[in-house]
Write a protein that binds this ligand. Structure first.
Ligand SMILES: Cc1ncc(COP(=O)(O)O)c(C=O)c1O
Length: 394
């Protein structure tokens, strides 16, 4: 199948299933007419080889207890090697139900109650909940925004990491919501500070496959042996192939003692079952989903170009140019609205249901996160609505 044969323009009614993005839980009871662009998944069907593999599995008809298929881990390691040049030892991989589960288990096992966990806001809001719900202390090292581009604050990191009660860092690589795909040199600097201060890096790489040309993803554990040992990598096919509801992910732990402890905790929590549909979907995705992903990335890049062009004519709204992810960070600060007023304005005047920047940390005040993994027609119409709404303000 060639890239042209995937139909990303197909408008699929996601409300036919209990999809979260258009659900009243997210949009509110009165929000069914809004452009649903908050929840971080795609509006596209999963890759055809994934659908075929699931159909075949369905037709088998028996869904009794299963173990992990022999081909699953080699499919993942093969993908990482060919796509990202990263050698992952199969022995280091543990199955996980989802990435947040791995972040939570890592915090509970490898930090003590009250210990600090560093995050770099504005950052994925669920990091905050995981830290709070595990009774750890949030240690905030905000990114620095310079001319519309975000960089890490290494001096701040050095100071915070020096506290012996700050023992872990949640890295978002690539970074949701600001769209940075961290460069090797940036990761190396962060890694050096963390190693020198005994801060374990838990790297959430769920967006790793979704990068734009010129911005290759660098797996944190590929920096070198010492950093591989001082890290836990959380991987998932959920974003790459739009299969989040299959609920399956991977935790990669090179350090043997930590891996054994994690495995024991998975066992204690009985997080060690195989979901038949998830396994066949993931294996098919990693073995045969590359062309589809390339085509999806092309389409998303095309959508980004539309956002760029449309916003060029709207000086009140600034696009923070993403290097990866299908999430776009928009700067509405020129409108001088509070987060609540910005959300209300976007809903009522532009018909947009996007994620308020403020939920990513106070640094996100005045921003909103737009999901562009939707049909181009839907996105173009939404941008027209936004333009009319902003113009009507003056
Ligand atoms: C950075 C990041 N990590 C984790 C998740 C959630 O992953 P999971 O559903 O596997 O817990 C998301 C979803 O938006 C995300 O953006």
């Amino acid at each position: 199948m060639t890239a042209q044969e995937f139909d990303f323009d197909e408008q699929i009614d996601r409300a036919e299933v209990p999809a979260l993005k258009p659900h009243r839980i997210v949009l509110g009871a009165d929000g069914s007419h809004l452009f649903p662009a908050g929840v971080a998944d795609m509006d596209f069907k999963a890759p055809p080889p994934v659908l075929d593999a699931m159909r075949k599995r369905l037709e088998h008809g028996v869904f009794g207890y299963e173990t992990v298929p022999d081909g699953l881990m080699p499919a993942l390691t093969g993908w990482m090697k060919t796509r990202h040049g990263w050698h992952v030892d199969q022995e280091h991989i543990l199955r996980a139900p989802n990435v947040l589960n791995s972040l939570a288990i890592a915090a509970s096992l490898f930090t003590s109650q009250g210990d600090g966990i560093i995050v770099q806001p504005p950052v994925f809001f669920d990091f905050y909940d995981v830290i709070a719900e595990n009774h750890r202390r949030l240690v905030s090292n905000p990114l620095i925004e310079k001319d519309g581009r975000y960089v890490m604050d290494y001096d701040g990191l050095q100071q915070l990491a020096a506290d012996p009660h700050t023992t872990m860092l949640y890295l978002c690589n690539p970074h949701n919501p600001v769209g940075r795909v961290w460069k090797r040199s940036e990761l190396q600097r962060l890694a050096g500070i963390c190693r020198a201060n005994n801060v374990l890096v838990v790297s959430d790489e769920i967006h790793g496959d979704i990068t734009f040309p010129g911005h290759p993803y660098t797996p944190f554990a590929s920096l070198g042996d010492k950093d591989a040992l001082n890290s836990i990598t959380c991987l998932s096919p959920a974003k790459s192939f739009n299969i989040a509801s299959c609920c399956s992910a991977f935790t990669i732990i090179v350090d043997e003692a930590r891996r054994k402890a994690f495995q024991a905790e998975n066992s204690r929590l009985t997080v060690n079952k195989n979901n038949a549909f998830a396994s066949v979907a993931i294996e098919a995705a990693y073995r045969h989903g590359g062309d589809w992903l390339d085509a999806a990335l092309d389409y998303i890049a095309g959508n980004l170009a539309v956002v760029r062009d449309e916003l060029a004519a709207l000086p009140q709204v600034t696009l923070i140019e993403p290097e990866g992810t299908f999430l776009v960070w928009l700067d509405f600060r020129a409108l001088e609205l509070t987060p609540a007023d910005l959300t209300a304005f976007l809903r009522s005047r532009a018909g947009w249901a996007v994620t308020s920047g403020a939920v990513f940390g106070e640094q996100g005040t005045g921003f909103a996160r737009l999901n562009i993994a939707c049909t181009r027609a839907r996105l173009t119409a939404a941008l027209e609505q936004l333009k009319r709404a902003v113009v009507s303000l003056h």
